[in-house]
Design a protein around this ligand. Sequence first.
Ligand SMILES: [Zn+2]
Ligand SMILES: [Zn+2]
Length: 326
Amino acid sequence: MTIQDGEPSAGTAALPTDSPDSATPPSATRGGERQGVAERLALGLFIVLPFAALLAAVPVAWGWGLGWTDAAITVAMYFLTCHGITVGYHRYFTHGAFKANRPMRLALAVAGSLAVEGPLVRWVADHRKHHRFSDKDGDPHSPWRYGESLPALLKGLWWAHMGWMFDEEQTPQLAYAPDLVRDPAIRRISRLFWLWTMISLLLPPLVGGLVTLSWSGALSAFFWGSLVRVALLHHVTWSINSICHAVGRRPFRSRDRSGNVWWLAVLSCGESWHNLHHADPTAARHGVLRGQIDSSARLIRWFELAGWVRDVRWPDAQRIAARRAA
Ligand SMILES: [Zn+2]
Ligand SMILES: [Zn+2]
């Protein structure tokens, strides 16, 4: 696992791998233009194993350590916090895809914080830096950091998925998120991250215990509604950084390796249409093509109809067509 190409970023991000051009010079890294069987297999295992392990646990526990109450709490908390991240942290605070009234702004900040993905201002600063350097030097979490050979990609996937969070270097918040740092209420919510984490973890057992009037009900709700739910959402969010920058279709022009990954659309609340997102970062809708499920966009539309958000940047047909890959 020590293979490291001399030029980890130069020349690797500009060319889409699936359209080799005979006029272009040979690849600057060890990996070929096409993905090999071994690479695909390794990538598949990396993606599938954690989800398979989780799914296998469901029938084993059903009836004694998992019931309908736990399932309802888990699903409700999952999608509340998932949309807190996608609609709140990501599309609103990071990219300004719409404007929100004051109560909505604060509610989105809290809902996102309940996902336990770090304080709001840090998340936004990291993500803005990701867009600024996407898949090049300076990107906090590119899977192509170490090159394109199989070992390099595996190492890079690990880095993009989780490793980057342990990096000593932190994104300077005042440089990347001055708008948020200067808002006292947002600063306070961001600093109270520990409190939102406590609430997020204690709410499921409280509800589960009250509904079933039992300690075992509180315990199983804690396991599924708190621990499993947070872990699953973490992996789905991180998958946008790792998987959606390694595989997927690229119908739109972007400066990086971002791809659309259809099978993550529901779990990621529409964020896995990541190629469109990098092609048009401020758009409120990421799933712009026919049949592309994007629950976050649906929610933003409902908020708009209720009058809680305004100036939504909906992508129109002309804007979408202009970003199509040739
Ligand atoms: Zn990205
Ligand atoms: Zn983004």
